[in-house]
Design a binder for this molecule. Sequence first.
Ligand code: CP3
Length: 340
Amino acid sequence: MNDTFLRACLGEKTEYTPVWIMRQAGRYLPEYQSVRAEVDFLTLCKTPELAAKVTIQPVLRLGVDAAILFSDILIPIEAMGMDLEFTDKKGPVLKDPVRSKSGVDRLIVPDTEDSMSFVLEAIKILRQELKVPLIGFSGAPFTLATYMIEGGSTKNFINTKRIMFQNPGLFNLLMDKLTMTVISYLTAQIRAGAQAVQIFDTWAGILSADDYREYALPYVKRVVSGVKKEGVPVIYFVNDCAGLLKEIRKSGADVIGIDWRVDLHDAIKGLGKKYAVQGNLDPYALFLPKEKLEDRVKDVLWKGEFAKGHIFNLGHGIFPEAPLEGAIAMVEAVHRFSEK
Ligand code: CP3
C-alpha cells in the first residue's frame, strides 16, 4: 500500500511529494467517456461497480497517489428530499428551491445506510482493489446551501444572500440540517473504509471575510470536529480562498486546499506552521508545452516545501477539455522533481 498521501496529510516526511487531481475521474479521460456513453451521470454515481471502476481509472492511467470516490456533492441533497437532475446544458437542477420555512421543514437528515448505501458499497469495493488511499468527500454546508437555495448553478447568488441577510433564522435552520447531514454522511464513508475526507467549499469564496466568519465557518468547524473523532485526515478546500485564509485556519482541518489564484508561499505564510497544504497548480497550466508545465510544477513544489506537509494538486478541478498528456506529464514531473 502506497501511503505517501496519508503521511503527507499528517506532516510526516515522505520520499517524494504525493499528488492527485481534483475531478480526476472525469471527461478528459477517454475511458471515462466510454463508460458515460452507456449510462447517465446519476446512474453512474449510484451503481457501485461502475462508480468503483471510474474511480480507479485515473489511478491506473496517471499513477496518482490517492483515489477520490466517484460521486457528486449533490447526492446527499437528493437524499435530504430534493428532486435532482443533471442536464447537459444547465448542469444540475434542483426542483422547488428551498426559500421558506416549509421548504426547510420538508428536508430530512438522511441515514446514509438507508438512502445512500451505494456510496458505502462503492467504498467497500474500492478498498479491496486499490493500492493507494481512498478519499471520501462531501460538499461543505455553505456550498450545498447555495445549490439548495438557488436550485442549481448560479452567477450572482442573489437568493442565497437575500435569505442570509433578510432571514438569518431560516438560513441557520437550513445550515443546521446540512451540518448534521454532512457529519453523518462523512462518518458513514469513513466507517465504510474512506481513509481521508475532503470537504469542498466551492462557493465560500463569494463571501467577505466577515460574512464567511458568520455564515459559513461555524458550520464547517462543527463538521470538522464531528468528523475528526473518526481519526482520519480532514482536508478543507475553499475555492477563491485568498481573502479568507485567516478565517479558514480556524476550521480545524488537518490539510488546507489552496486554489490556484493564490501564491502558495504567501498562503503558507498566512496559515502558519500547523497546517499541511494541498494544491495549487493553475488548471490551465495543463495546456502549456511540456517544458513550461514542468517549470510551473517545480515552482509549486518549491513553495510547498515551506509547509508542514504538501500534497500536490491542481488549484481547482481539471477541465474536461484538458489534454490527457498534460495530466500525465504533471504527475510524472511531480514525482521526478520532488524525489528526495
Ligand atoms: O474528483 C473526482 O474525480 C470525484 C468526483 C466528483 C465529481 N463532482 C464528479 C462529477 C467530485 C469530487 C465532484 C464535486 C462537485 N460536484 C463539486 C465540488 C468540486 C468543485 O469543483 O469545486 C461541485 C460544485 C459539484 C456539482 C456539479 N457536478 C456540477 C456543477 C456539475 C455540472 C458541471 C460539469 O462539470 O458538468 C457536476 C457534474 C459532474 N460531477 C461531472 C463529474 C465527472 C460531470 C458529469 C458528466 O460526466 O457529464
